[in-house]
Write a protein that binds this ligand. Structure first.
Ligand code: ATP
Length: 299
């Protein structure tokens, strides 16, 4: 039962993440509550069934219409775009454009009302929920570091991972330097009762944790926190490397991410306004140009 609860707990992001307009304090409290809940759980391995395996999968949205409730405004009003398997696709657009809602629909926290969503070429409604979520990796914005050692943080959702897999995930996410620097390496306690990690390190820990589950599609809500040049470069390298092996769909807040993306989907006003590369969109799309000039450069 505990393993099942842990499984559910890992797959369902904090409610606060789904509630637009939640203030940072609420998010902080939710994260603290979450950490506390995890601390209170006895250590027990998560079932191997949690881990996904297999080839990268693509995603399509075709004329997707969605609102959060009958009395709520329409968020997606005919959203259409395609994410081919493998590579890096970035979602951009002004606040409220419905980017996080794309993630919520892919994870099936909500069901769309009209249109078609496919994952791996299969109608999302035909996927057994556990199988779908096992295929997805999700890295939330400002992901919390859990109480415990760095190793426990990394293996939280993939206790069956081998030492080689763990070390590979550490290397792929450029966490080697951190491990070298920590007094007890991977066995060093981190989080609020241990060594505090920087925003960039926290996000890379979250990516490593997600990679250990071998996702076929990684959903990454990029942290908005400022990163120093070294952390910015590392994050860019990590995303590029992961995108060489699996499908990465990122809600992008950084210019370095969008300039490296294979394709960028610009969302606005309930739909998709443009799709292209950074170069093509700077030339063709006024909103994108504005976003690049403000959001990404200062974001
Ligand atoms: P941001 O960049 O600010 O995160 P976004 O593009 O990700 O914005 P969404 O978070 O998808 O946009 O929100 C789109 C709309 O849906 C907003 O009007 C928001 O208030 C609403 N919304 C988002 N989540 C929920 C929810 N769980 N319940 C009700 N309404 C929601």
């Amino acid at each position: 039962l505990i393993a099942f609860l842990l499984y559910l707990f890992y797959l369902v992001p904090p409610i606060g993440q789904l509630v637009q307009g939640g203030v940072q304090l609420q998010q902080g409290l939710a994260a603290m509550k979450r950490i506390k809940e995890i601390e209170d759980l006895p250590a027990e391995p998560v079932s191997a069934a949690v881990a996904g395996t297999g080839e990268p999968v693509g995603v399509t949205f075709q004329d997707v219409v969605f609102k959060y409730g009958d009395d709520r405004p329409t968020v997606h009003d005919g959203v259409t775009f395609e994410v081919p398997p493998g590579g890096l696709t970035a979602l951009v657009g002004p606040s409220g454009a419905g980017k996080s809602t794309v993630f919520a629909l892919i994870e099936r926290f909500y069901d769309h009302q009209k249109g078609l969503i496919t994952v791996g070429g299969r109608d999302i409604r035909d996927w057994p929920l556990g199988e779908l979520r096992a295929a997805l990796g999700y890295v939330e914005q400002d992901a919390p570091v859990l109480a415990g050692t760095l190793r426990e943080n990394l293996l939280f959702a993939a206790r069956d991972a081998t030492e080689d897999e763990l070390l590979r995930a550490v290397a792929r996410t450029r966490l080697d330097d951190l491990v070298d620097r920590l007094p007890e390496g991977l066995e060093t306690p981190v989080g609020h009762r241990g060594v505090l990690l920087s925003g960039g390190e926290r996000q890379r820990v979250a990516i490593a944790r997600a990679l250990l589950r071998k996702p076929r599609l990684l959903l990454l809500d990029e942290a908005t926190s400022q990163l120093d040049a070294v952390n910015e470069l590392r994050l860019r390298e990590v995303i590029a490397e992961v995108a060489a092996e699996t499908t990465v769909l990122v809600i992008a807040h950084r210019l370095s991410t969008v300039t490296n993306a294979d394709r960028i989907v610009v969302m606005e006003g309930g739909g998709v306004r443009a799709v292209g590369t950074h170069e093509s969109l700077v030339g063709e799309d006024e909103l994108y140009r504005e976003l690049a000039a403000t959001q990404f450069l200062v974001g």
